[in-house]
Design a protein around this ligand. Structure first.
Ligand SMILES: Cc1ncc(COP(=O)(O)O)c(C=O)c1O
Length: 436
């Protein structure tokens, strides 16, 4: 099946045959103006969207909790950034949604902003008020780009939150491989409205994607969407019936809880498991589920473990997860809650120059305990989900260097550090190897 653009097999970059037909099916299913298949993940869709939506050097209003591909787009297109900070859930530290009011205020304060980009849902499945945000953004004639990498399934069952497409976003990027049954790297880029030209998106996709796109990946998207079209409702009905049972059972655990807050819109397929803080961390729960019960969860954070449930889950999987959690719950002996350890709030970062300019400079590696006050020369990401804690050009605050050292000592997975050292911009005065 691993063929190339031979006769009758069309060409992703100039589709007029089977690939055009297949993308037309996707366009119809998602109800968009145009839909493209992506063979380099949501990553390439995000890059193309930023190139198409903003002029070089333009100003982008973006959620701070964006995936690193958004920051990479910012760097490549030399964009200026203004950040939107989501509130966090006080118990878990999970980032909540961006509000329409935040966006309105930011746009009011800065008439130079050329486009807005948010992530909805987040890795944990938290959804922003995309309809309200689209209203605020469109009032100013600007485009709204939504990284919906974790929401390709939203349009297909009424129990999922509203998709950013239904909410009126202009460009929406979705990974097919994350929450639908398809091969890794498969994704979709959707366009609606008249604020961004289809030709611009097409041009950048042609530049950024391989000239030999994999037919395995493209056939994988086609097969996946065919399955969803023909059998999706039945598969999701089955999933929801198992999921309802799981949530009901989980309500009987004495200590372990599943995150749910009435007022927060969330993808029910993301299971945020909260062990009691005085008994175990999220990472510990993740390891126990993997090593003792052979259940591979998606991600671990300090206070929670995240699982993803899709329409291809077998009832046996739900049963095994419930039985494991039930057994663990009965064994847990949480100690008395002492003073709650409150995570340090990081001060808003001070950006001294654009990410692209900082990336061009020479760096050296400084110990975390001496890095405070220096200009950062790298991205440091929590991985997964690949969201930056600091980006090039920002001043490393004392609070941040302490938090990074704390994460390091706890074995939290961080990308960008070299052991306990961080890349800082070499201005030749504070580099110890060059002093004197
Ligand atoms: C929120 C978010 N956006 C974008 C991406 C990039 O998606 P892909 O891996 O399909 O390139 C990810 C990947 O984890 C993500 O979590």
């Amino acid at each position: 099946m691993d063929i190339t653009e031979i006769d009758g097999f069309d060409n992703l970059h100039e589709p007029e045959g089977i690939l055009a037909e297949s993308m037309e099916m996707a366009r119809g299913m998602y109800g968009t103006k145009r839909t493209w298949f992506l063979i380099n993940g949501s990553t390439v869709g995000i890059l193309a969207a930023l190139f198409a939506a903003l002029p070089r050097g333009g100003r982008l209003l973006m959620a701070r909790n964006s995936h690193r591909s958004v920051y990479h787009g910012v760097m490549l297109q030399d964009l200026e950034t203004v950040y939107l900070y989501p509130d966090t859930d006080p118990e878990t530290g999970i980032a909540l949604g961006i509000t329409a009011r935040q966006v309105e205020e930011a746009l009011e304060a800065d008439p130079e902003i050329r486009a807005v980009m948010i992530t909805s849902p987040t890795y944990e499945g938290i959804v922003s008020d995309c309809a309200g945000i689209a209203g605020a953004v469109h009032k100013r004639g600007l485009p709204l780009l939504v990284d919906e990498a974790h929401g390709a399934h939203f349009p297909f069952h009424p129990r999922f939150p509203e998709s950013a497409l239904a909410a009126g976003a202009d460009v929406v990027i979705q990974s097919v491989h994350k929450t639908l049954p398809a091969l890794t790297q498969t994704a979709l880029l959707h366009l609606q409205g008249n604020l961004i030209r289809s030709e611009r998106l097409n041009r950048y996709l042609t530049i950024l994607q391989s000239s030999s796109p994999s037919y395995l990946l493209m056939a994988g998207i086609d097969t996946c969407l065919g399955l969803i079209r023909d059998r999706g409702s039945a598969l999701w009905e089955k999933m929801f019936s198992e999921l309802d049972k799981f949530y009901k059972n989980a309500g009987n655990y004495r200590h372990i809880r599943v995150f749910q807050r009435e007022e927060i819109q969330k993808d029910p397929g993301k299971l945020i498991l909260l062990p009691p803080k005085t008994a175990m961390t999220g990472r510990h729960l993740y390891e126990v589920l993997r090593c003792r019960y052979h259940l591979q969860m998606e991600m671990a954070a300090e206070s929670y473990t995240l699982g993803i449930v899709t329409c291809r889950e077998k009832p046996e999987g739900f049963t095994r997860l419930h039985e494991a959690l039930e057994e663990l719950d009965s064994e847990l002996q949480p100690a008395k809650e002492t003073q709650k350890e409150k995570p340090t709030d990081l001060p808003p970062p001070v950006q001294t120059e654009k990410i692209a300019a900082a990336m061009e400079k020479e760096v050296y590696y400084a110990d975390l305990d001496t890095a405070a006050g220096r200009e950062c020369g790298c991205f440091v990401n929590l991985y997964p989900p690949g969201i930056p804690l600091v980006v090039p050009g920002e001043i490393i605050s004392r609070e941040l260097s302490e938090q990074l050292a704390d994460y390091y000592s706890k074995g939290v997975r961080l990308q960008g550090l070299k052991g306990q050292k961080i890349a800082v911009i070499d201005n030749h005065t504070d580099n110890p190897s060059k002093r004197g």
